[in-house]
Design a protein around this ligand. Structure first.
Ligand SMILES: [Zn+2]
Length: 259
């Protein structure tokens, strides 16, 4: 029986299955709705403090299930993306957004460069180094980032259910899309509802593409992962796509499936 160690650090968490040889490293940059008390809820109304603007609803739960099924490491941010968006470099204005869809974020307005730098230092730097270290400890790493999106955005309904996203390295995304096409009736699309043009592939570029590690970003519509049963079913479905895609690619590494 494999053992999962959970180390809770100040700003990020790593769940590493130390006895597993799995090549998969899971990442959940928008895992948390936590806003440290010193930020006074960033001035958000009570209603908005757990909305999709603040975090990716259901994403961490799916990532945790995937971690169990694949015996894979998981690195997740422990603060809201409105405090610092760990899928953005410090140079991006979106790293600390003053507005998210229809929600204003008063606590992020008119920040000085020093205040922005301090946020990056406190929340992004430890996340980045924890992820780098986890990847370094993994043989033939395969990076998979897990996100969720809201079914309605700026008043428009989204019919896409699962997005398989990539930047310049299309290998794993292509292989997963080919399998998904035959394997599910779900509405699965390439680079939707977001794509590299929206700046969402930062983690892939920073931690995988430079080193030519296999990588993919997954976006799941959050109404499909709102219950434990749905989260387990989604993780099972995705884990099969990952395992089959990896097998078809014939690359070195180990991607286990215990589902
Ligand atoms: Zn996200």
């Amino acid at each position: 029986m494999s053992q999962i160690n959970i180390n809770t650090m100040e700003n990020d968490i790593v769940i590493k299955n130390i006895t597993s040889p799995s090549s998969v490293v899971l990442v959940c940059e928008h895992a948390s709705h936590h806003i440290p008390a010193s930020f006074d809820a960033l001035g958000l109304s009570q209603n908005n403090r757990k909305s999709h603007a603040v975090w990716d609803i259901g994403a961490l739960a799916v990532a945790e299930q995937l971690s169990k099924i694949l015996g894979a490491a998981l690195v997740a941010s422990e603060v809201s993306r409105l405090v610092y968006d760990c899928n953005r470099p410090p140079t991006s204005s979106d790293a600390i957004p003053s507005r998210s869809e229809i929600i204003d974020v008063p606590g992020n307005r008119n920040l000085s460069q020093l205040q922005r730098d301090e946020r990056a230092e406190e929340f992004y730097s430890p996340f980045k180094s924890e992820l780098s270290n986890t990847i370094k400890q993994t043989k033939n790493p395969v990076l998979i980032t897990i996100h969720s999106f809201t079914p309605t955005f700026h008043g428009k309904t989204r019919s896409v259910e699962i997005g398989i996203l990539h930047d310049t390295d299309t290998r794993l995304a292509n292989a997963m899309l080919a399998i998904a096409e035959k394997n599910t009736t779900a509405d699965v699309r390439r680079n939707e509802p977001y794509g590299p043009e929206h700046g969402v592939t930062h983690t892939l570029k920073e931690h995988a593409i430079k080193e030519k590690y296999l990588n993919v970003m997954l976006e799941i519509r959050n109404d499909l992962i709102s219950t434990l049963e749905q989260q387990e079913a989604m993780a099972t479905l995705i884990s099969r796509w990952v395992v089959d895609a990896f097998e078809n690619l014939n690359e070195p590494g180990v991607v286990q499936c215990q589902a």
